[in-house]
Write a protein that binds this ligand. Structure first.
Ligand code: NI
Length: 137
C-alpha cells in the first residue's frame, strides 16, 4: 500500500493477549488493520469533541398521524445550519414512520439539528450516530 509507514509498538503481554482476543472476536485478520481502525475511531471522536466538520446520521421514529409533525420536521431540516445530504423515509406501519437522515456540518450544528428533531412532539425515538469526519482517514 502506498504511504504506509511501519513502526514498533511495545505493550504488556497481558494487554496484547487481550487485544488479540478482541481482534479474534471482531474478525480482524491482523493487528495492523485493527490498530488503524482504532486510530481512525479516536480521530473521529476527537473531531466531534472539538466541533470540527463531521458527518452524522440521525434516526427518527415518529407518529406521522401527529398533526403538523411532518411539516415541522421538514421545516427544521430546511433551516438547519448543518447540511442535510439525504434522507430515507420508511412507512413502518399504519401510525409510524422511520426516517434516516445523513447530515454534514460542524459538530454543534449536527447535534443541534438532531436535538431539535427529537424534541418535536410525536417523535418517539431520536438517535444521532456520529458517522465520521471529512478528514483523510
Ligand atoms: Ni411514512
Amino acid at each position: 500500500m502506498a504511504g504506509l509507514v511501519r513502526f514498533g509498538v511495545s505493550m504488556e503481554g497481558e494487554l496484547l493477549a487481550a487485544f488479540d482476543e478482541l481482534l479474534r472476536k471482531r474478525g480482524y485478520r491482523n493487528r495492523s488493520e485493527a490498530l488503524r481502525d482504532l486510530v481512525r475511531e479516536a480521530l473521529h471522536a476527537q473531531a466531534w469533541e472539538e466541533g470540527g466538520e463531521v458527518l452524522g446520521v440521525i434516526v427518527l421514529l415518529y407518529e406521522h398521524t401527529r398533526r403538523e409533525l411532518l411539516a415541522r420536521l421538514t421545516e427544521a431540516q430546511h433551516h438547519a445550519q448543518a447540511q442535510v445530504l439525504a434522507s430515507l423515509h420508511i412507512h413502518l406501519d399504519a401510525d409510524h414512520c422511520l426516517e434516516v437522515i445523513a447530515v454534514r456540518g460542524r459538530a454543534e450544528a449536527v447535534r443541534a439539528l438532531a436535538d431539535r428533531l427529537r424534541a418535536e412532539k410525536g417523535v418517539k425515538l431520536g438517535r444521532l450516530c456520529p458517522a465520521g469526519t471529512r478528514g483523510p482517514f
